[in-house]
Design a protein around this ligand. Structure first.
Ligand SMILES: O=C1O[C@H](COP(=O)(O)O)[C@@H](O)[C@H](O)[C@H]1O
Length: 243
């Protein structure tokens, strides 16, 4: 694992740096394998990055967009991660509809939706039994409770190691989420973290000793590159890990 932590002066600089890195990864993937697979995070932090990507001239037919987690709401809900990404990015570019791979949220049981998405990923990535997809870029955020994707502290999803996708639990509300082995299979993982409210959780995630189940982002130890991009408000006073 190549791990790099950067503290940028402000949110604008964080967006610019994440744009540079994301574009470089996308171009490398397209050159190496003919297409780029990227998994998106939700929340508010990545929105300006998505807007910046939308302004780029990219070979959109070679870009496939997935989600690392989704709230269990209809796609037109203001809470939908898919909706945010479509509004900020996907609706603004000429990406083929079949290159957009949203997590389903219309099954009667969220467990069925998780299984449907897992089956779709297995087919798309042509996985053999027991294999996990290697996304070219996996964008992640962290909540002020230390959650990442929809892997919340002390929830059952944290222990799921034999599935690509599972059901997360946010205060009793279901979500669909990549599992930890899926996250850790990515070629390039990039956390975008903004705001002073993330400081305390980050300190625990970067601590040499802390409880992984209390701070789930600690489980993210991917085989590929790992980037932590923080703005100054998030990174202030943080003891940065040795690289
Ligand atoms: O609920 C979620 O929150 C996290 C963090 O979001 P942020 O707005 O605080 O950056 C996000 O990474 C995750 O995808 C989302 O579903």
């Amino acid at each position: 694992m190549h791990k790099k932590v950067e503290v940028l002066p402000d949110l604008a600089a964080l967006v610019q740096r994440s744009l540079e890195l994301t574009l470089a990864q996308m171009h490398n993937a397209i050159q190496a394998r003919g297409l780029c697979t990227i998994a998106l995070s939700g929340g508010s932090t990545p929105k300006p990055l998505y807007e910046a990507i939308a302004a780029q001239a990219l070979p959109w037919e070679k870009v496939h967009v997935f989600w690392g987690d989704e709230r269990y709401v209809p796609p037109d809900s203001p809470d939908s991660n898919q909706r945010m990404a479509r509004q900020a990015w996907l609706d603004k570019v000429e990406i083929p509809a079949e290159n957009i791979h949203p997590m389903p949220t219309d099954a009667a049981d969220p467990a069925d939706a998780a299984l449907q998405y897992e089956t779709h990923l297995k087919e798309f990535f042509q996985l053999k039994s027991g294999e996990f997809p290697a996304l070219d870029v996996n964008l992640l955020g962290i909540g002020d409770d230390g959650h990442t994707a929809s892997l919340f502290p002390h929830t059952a999803a944290l222990q799921v190691c034999d599935r690509i996708v599972t059901v997360g639990n946010k205060d009793g509300q279901p979500r669909i989420t990549f599992t930890i082995p899926t996250i850790n299979q990515a070629r390039c993982t990039m956390f975008l973290v903004s705001g002073a409210n993330k400081q305390a959780a980050l300190a625990q995630v970067f601590a040499s000793v802390a409880d992984d189940y209390t701070y789930p982002a600690r489980f993210v130890q991917p085989q590929g590159e790992l980037w932590w991009l923080l703005d100054r408000a998030a990174g202030q006073g943080l003891q940065l890990p040795e690289e």
